[in-house]
Design a protein around this ligand. Structure first.
Ligand code: SF4
Length: 534
């Protein structure tokens, strides 16, 4: 016989109750509570089965989020050692979003190069190029300038060298047309050739797009692409390029730190050795690249700080720039600690506002989070006068953190919300600071872990689809949290830190999977819903 339960038997049963798959947890628990409350009011005993099945009868099934395709390399990545290299990871390109601006621009540039290789008789028939944006690219692409970036790539412009003023001109004069020459054919392309297509569907990745070369209605070449986060791209049938084996293979922080400790190296030195072996580069070549990125980061902060205090960022929010004001007022602060926090915040705001303007930024790991690492690099070099050699090493340790997050979780807000962007950036920045201050490997790990841990669950809900609110201030908070993480990690007994970095990355991956898709760069919920623009 079914056991009847006392409706006044406390709430433990409810709060510990397993939520059946396929329904919204909150709605289910509320309904269950309502069933119990109704029983109390009527004095009727109610069974555990009823508590579960009555709510199920009235609740709509939760919209299943399409899982990421298992074919994607970004999904298969957790197998094998980390093989990412610095030049793949730290990318210079136009803001405001690595996945919605730099990625689509790399994609159309890639397609243009493929099209160029078609046989001459095919190219002779070409009349048009068409780009279709799907999923999150379609939902929030307008706020990210995705159509302008896609068009720029189609006409042969690369993210690292494109003049941001060219992209601005596309915004100011959207009817411009540009000739494209492919073989013996020349035809015009314009923003009209980039189509905002379905936002929902059975896509392999939330950031899916197709590019086609047409001869009238005939398709001469078509490719489906995915902008998988941090400016990384894949396409249907993608296989990663062959690389040399790393000197110190690792796929977890535990393994990375074991190499460091066993060989009496720092995490950064292990990363340097791996970079040299995987990419076949000399130490000088590796440092030439880190210096280029460091200089670009300092330049983006300086450029942002030099903008007028009343500058208004592009887009419907009409957000006023505040980096210069925060900087000036911070310098007037009486207390040194206030000046430090003010300077760090101003530097992060400056680089992030540059991103909002669509100017050149550095993915570390993404465009939306492009204020975090530059703020710490600027603070270490310009304010603390830390030697460049130490900041270089910090860039290598920060890269290790970013690689591991990419390897086991995600750098894409469309997959994991803002924890995957600002959270990872803050974690990288904490590793940078700890390394620049010669911290031992365990402290570097602990600082990175702490910064990531305190961003878990952070959603992505950019107002009006623009990478401005909450993104710009969020970069400042990410930078300050990175410093706090280092302050805690360097002042605790390292071996007593109870949460290891790998566990936190796993939590990031799991939280990303469970997060409602409304909070993954779709601008359908959160601040994007509650903030009313007038
Ligand atoms: S809310 Fe975070 S993840 Fe989303 S666009 Fe802004 S910075 Fe990127």
């Amino acid at each position: 016989m079914m056991k009847e339960e006392d409706p006044l038997g406390g709430t433990d049963r409810l709060t510990t109750q397993e939520v059946p798959p396929g329904v919204d947890r909150r709605a289910f628990l509320m309904r269950s509570a309502a069933v119990g409350a109704a029983a109390v009011m009527t004095g009727r005993l109610v069974s555990a089965q009823e508590i579960i099945h009555q709510p199920l009868a009235v609740l709509p099934p939760q919209k299943a989020e399409p899982p990421l395709s298992k074919d994607l390399n970004v999904v298969k990545k957790e197998k094998g050692p980390v093989l990412t290299t610095l030049d793949e990871f730290y990318k210079v390109g136009p803001g405001p979003s690595s996945s919605h601006t730099i990625g689509p621009m790399r994609i159309t540039y890639d397609f243009y190069q493929r099209a160029e290789k078609l046989p001459a008789d095919k190219l002779a028939k070409a009349t048009a190029l068409k780009v279709n944006l799907f999923g999150s690219l379609s939902a929030t692409g307008k706020g990210h300038g995705t159509e302008r970036a896609a068009l720029a790539g189609l006409i042969g412009k690369e993210p690292a060298t494109v003049d941001p003023l060219f992209l601005d001109s596309l915004r100011d004069k959207p009817d411009q047309t540009f000739p494209v020459k492919l073989g013996s054919s020349t035809f015009n392309v314009s923003l009209k050739d980039v189509i905002y297509d379905a936002t929902k569907g059975d896509f392999k990745h939330p950031n899916t797009m197709t590019v086609k070369l047409l001869a009238g209605d005939e398709v001469l070449l078509e490719q489906e692409y995915y902008s998988v986060g941090g400016g990384f791209i894949e396409w249907k049938g993608y296989t990663p390029p062959k690389k040399n084996p790393p000197k110190y293979p690792f796929s977890t922080m535990k393994e990375l730190r074991a190499h460091a400790d066993k060989n009496k190296l720092s995490i950064a030195q292990v990363m340097l050795a791996n970079e040299m072996s995987i990419a076949g580069r000399t130490e000088e070549e590796v440092y030439a690249f880190t210096d280029k990125i460091i200089n670009a980061m300092v330049a983006t902060v300086k450029s942002g700080l030099s903008m007028p205090e009343d500058d208004v960022l592009p887009g419907p929010i009409k957000l006023h720039s505040k980096a210069a004001t925060v900087y000036k007022r911070a310098m007037d602060d009486t207390y040194q600690a206030d000046r430090g926090i003010g300077l760090l915040s101003a530097a992060a705001l400056a680089a992030s506002e540059e991103n909002g303007r669509g100017h050149l930024v550095i993915t570390a790991p993404t465009g939306g989070s492009a204020g975090v690492m530059p703020a710490l690099v600027y603070g270490l070099l310009e304010a603390r006068k830390i030697p460049l050699e130490k900041v270089r090493l910090g860039m290598l340790a920060a890269a290790a953190v970013g690689y591991l997050c990419k390897h086991h979780a995600t750098l894409s807000a469309a997959e994991g919300g803002c924890q995957a962007e600002i959270g990872v950036a803050s974690s990288m920045a904490a590793a940078l600071v700890a390394t620049a201050y010669d911290a031992e490997s365990r402290v570097v790990e602990n600082a990175a872990e702490s910064a990531l841990e305190h961003h878990l669950g952070m959603t992505c809900d950019p107002v009006a689809g623009y990478v401005q609110v909450p993104c710009i201030e969020r970069c400042a908070f990410g930078a300050v949290k990175a410093w706090t993480a280092y302050a805690i990690a360097s002042n605790e007994i390292a071996s007593r830190h109870r949460v290891d970095f790998d566990a936190t990355v796993q939590a990031l991956a799991e939280t990303a999977k469970d997060m409602n898709s409304k909070y993954k760069e779709t601008s359908e919920a959160g601040l994007a819903l509650s903030v009313v623009l007038c």
